[in-house]
Design a protein around this ligand. Structure first.
Ligand SMILES: Cc1ncc(COP(=O)(O)O)c(C=O)c1O
Length: 325
């Protein structure tokens, strides 16, 4: 039985509509092997406390990493970069990860091996345990969890996007380039509302009315051999974003990292999202205040194709991007 009063439901139109939509959800196998606090165990045996601090306050930090099956077998994409960002995120909230980077770098492929996964989505989460529920975390222990599962495409081949009226979290309110669990309520609201409104994904503006990023993706805008993308500082510094820029440079694109206003959208031929989950996904249109900006989903095709070649089964180069499982 829902406990919200009618009045509170009216104040929460987005959440209310979403619960009735019934999107596809991944149901996890309870026999999945996870790493938790020094042990490999079954998901059903994790025994995580309902009083876990990070569950109540969003005080975890996490990563989303992909492993791909390349020519030499399974490989984790840009593992070092993801581990570095995880430690940066932990540091930003004063959390000390009880493992060395090198140790975590070994545990992650081990979780894949134990689940017989070559191509997978990997989720390390570092969180404060249930020792205490004071907001300050001095009495909590830090726990390390790594889970992995097979996960295909996150978005459609090309997506229709709506600029959200929820703003991206501000650098004045939080460390907004850290991947902190609590930040994702902002993402959840934006993506859910865009979907309720009939779009595939949201795009959030920052507090200065410039384009920031998607709920779980960075954005690029394309004009001939130019790539324009919001500068870092207010956005998550995406690892796929870096990869896209490396590829673009190789292919002779000029890259502009700058403030971009939504009114400028009409000056671009193409747009695409980048992200670990979203990979490189063309955007076919962006709606902003009732106006639709349409894009050629074939623009910057060379960048997209090169990205999928790198993470594809024929790629023989495991040195540059991959940690082999
Ligand atoms: C808010 C946000 N922006 C951008 C990205 C893309 O980052 P990456 O390419 O490192 O996955 C993500 C995903 O991690 C994200 O959650």
């Amino acid at each position: 039985m829902r406990k919200w009063s009618t009045q509170s439901i009216q104040k929460q139109p987005v959440l209310e509509k979403i619960s009735s939509l019934g999107y596809d959800v991944i149901m996890f196998d309870e026999n999945l092997i996870i790493y938790l606090d020094g042990e490999f165990l079954k998901l059903k045996d994790s025994g995580i406390s309902p009083l876990t601090h990070s569950l109540h306050y969003g005080s975890g930090v996490f990563e989303g990493i992909r492993a791909y099956k390349i020519k030499k077998g399974g490989g984790v994409f840009k593992l070092q970069e993801h581990i570095d960002r995880l430690f940066y995120s932990a540091d930003s909230i004063g959390m000390k990860i009880p493992l060395k980077k090198e140790e975590l770098k070994k545990i992650i492929p081990e979780v894949l091996r134990k689940n017989n996964l070559e191509s997978a989505y990997i989720r390390p989460l570092i969180f404060f345990d249930g020792s205490s529920l004071g907001i300050d975390t001095k009495n909590n222990r830090v726990k390390v969890l790594v889970a992995a599962w097979a996960w295909g495409k996150y978005l459609a081949d090309a997506v229709r996007v709506q600029i959200s009226d929820f703003r991206r979290i501000s650098e004045k309110s939080t460390v907004c380039d850290a991947k902190i669990s609590g930040h994702y309520v902002n993402s959840l609201l934006a993506t859910s509302k865009a979907k309720v409104n009939g779009f595939d994904e949201a795009l959030l503006l920052d507090h200065q009315d410039n384009i920031a990023e998607g709920p779980g993706e960075n954005i690029f805008l394309v004009r001939e051999k130019e790539l324009h993308t919001p500068k870092t500082g207010k956005i998550l510094k995406g690892i796929t974003r870096e990869t896209v820029m490396e590829i673009a440079q190789k292919f002779g694109y000029e890259i502009f990292e700058r403030d971009i206003s939504p009114e400028e959208l009409e000056n671009f031929d193409g747009a695409f999202f980048s992200g670990t989950a979203a990979e490189v996904t063309p955007i076919s249109e962006i709606e902003f205040q009732g106006k639709i900006f349409s894009f050629d989903t074939d623009s910057a095709r060379d960048i997209r194709e090169e990205f999928f070649r790198i993470v594809g089964p024929e790629n023989e180069d495991s040195e540059n991007y991959f940690t082999l499982i």
